[in-house]
Design a protein around this ligand. Structure first.
Ligand code: HEM
Length: 407
């Protein structure tokens, strides 16, 4: 008798079509195995209650704590000894006391007041971009709004030289792949090289800013001080790259994925045009409906028990923000529906939770509110004009191309 083929894993991010629509798989694993051990050697949590708990539980985020096993070996086989992350010293990858110190220092520079002051500039940028769309009549909304807006905002905030922008965009497009749990070995060399070049560019930018201080975030980071502590050169590079990458590679998915959800939802944009006061709640619902960052990872330093399942020490645990945001147990039977007036939409976990809760949440919300408010006001009849192409990522997932027509 022929041997039966090994059964497909319950969760398979490499399955055809997964990155276009991962939600059916998330629903299946959430029901059948809410604490799921993947054959690749990582664990996956998908229920809202478990994900919210894990994010707040104070577990490690330092990849060195992952025990030897299939996942570690896979990553080492792909990357060799070269670190997959340009930002290994960033707060996102550090545990206390480093995390606490780094986050406090960056918070000194990245203040809510600085974010609020940006609103008029963001509005002007959006209006300029939408003028171009109106002139052309058709556009790829990713190229005309969703990408250039957050990219321009974080680049201007940091004060990066415009001559670097093209190259920075290419390099960050590669480096974000290292935020995926596993990357295609085909890209590993290019990602590692991009890492090195990006680090060098950031170091050169910082050296230049030291000599030419200005009223910008990079200068503020260089001079940030908290009870005598300052960021050393390597830490400065890592926080700069984190802000730079997190500042645009995430918000692009919110604006593009959010627009797509509104276009697929009958009367979605028109409802926002008629009632602009609905926009802030709609942004929360769009964040919930299609999480721009689909997962966060934690590493256990000692065994933990979730729903009677013991996860050993040294395990890599993925908290699926996307799956938690669609969990019927928490959201009710209409969890898979977009409801722009959903009362508790703000309880989504799209910005994470606990000690690593997104530092840029208020900036992302502001950019999205302005973008959707202006888009709805200008083009309430906006329509899809062709096939959506997804970016093929499991974590920082969103449309790569979103063809639209304004007529
Ligand atoms: C952390 C999502 C925009 C800066 C995070 C985390 C998530 C997230 C899920 C937590 C990761 C974890 O728990 O391991 C998002 C989404 C965004 C967005 C969905 C847009 C829609 C931004 C922006 C910035 C930013 C615009 C800055 C300009 C950061 C930083 C952290 C972070 C610095 C690390 C915080 C820490 O480790 O203490 N973000 N983010 N993010 N985000 Fe965002």
């Amino acid at each position: 008798m022929p041997e039966s083929p090994p059964s497909a894993p319950l969760f398979d991010p490499f399955a055809p079509g997964f990155t276009d629509d991962p939600y059916p798989q998330y629903a299946a694993v959430r029901e059948a195995a809410p604490v799921y051990e993947h054959p690749f050697g990582f664990w996956l949590l998908t229920r809202y209650e478990d994900v919210s708990w894990l994010l707040r539980a104070g577990l490690s985020v330092e990849d060195d704590n992952v025990a030897d096993g299939p996942l570690r070996q896979l990553r080492e086989a792909i990357y060799g000894s070269r670190s997959p992350r340009a930002s290994a010293l960033s707060m996102l990858d550090r545990d206390p006391p480093d995390h606490t110190r780094l986050r406090r220092l960056v918070t000194k520079a990245f203040t809510p007041r600085a974010v609020r002051a940006l609103r008029p500039r963001v509005t002007a940028l959006v209006d300029g971009m939408l003028d171009e769309v109106a002139r052309a009549g058709q556009a790829d909304l990713v190229e005309s709004l969703a990408f250039p807006l957050p990219f321009a905002v974080i680049a201007e905030m940091l004060g990066t030289p415009p001559s670097d922008h093209e190259r920075l965009r290419e390099l960050t497009g590669l480096v974000v792949r290292s935020l995926e749990p596993v990357i295609d070995p085909e890209f590993a060399g290019a990602v590692a090289d991009a890492n090195v070049e990006l680090t060098e560019m950031a170091a050169a930018m910082i050296a230049w800013k030291r000599a030419n201080p200005a009223d910008d975030l990079l200068t503020a980071l260089i001079h940030a001080e908290d009870e005598g502590a300052v960021l050393d050169d390597d830490e400065l590079v890592a926080q700069t790259l984190l802000l730079y990458i997190a500042g645009h590679e995430t918000t692009v998915n919110l604006i593009a994925g959010g627009t797509l959800a509104l276009l697929r939802h009958p009367g979605g944009l028109a409802a926002l045009a008629q009632n602009p006061d609905l926009v802030p709640n709609a942004v929360e619902e769009l964040l919930r409906y299609d999480s721009p960052v689909q997962a966060s990872r934690r590493i256990t330093l000692e065994p933990i028990t979730v729903r009677d399942v013991e996860i050993p020490a040294g395990a890599f645990v993925m908290a699926s923000l996307a799956a938690a945001n669609r969990d019927e147990r928490f959201w009710g039977p209409d969890a898979d529906e977009l409801r722009l007036d959903r009362q508790n939409a703000h309880q989504h976990v799209s910005f994470g939770a606990g000690p690593h809760h997104c530092l840029g949440a208020s900036l992302a919300r502001m950019e999205a509110c302005v973008a959707f408010e202006r888009l709805a006001a200008r083009f309430p009849d906006l329509a899809l004009d062709g096939d959506v192409v997804w970016n093929g990522r499991m974590n920082l997932r969103g449309p790569a191309h979103l063809p639209i027509t304004v007529a």
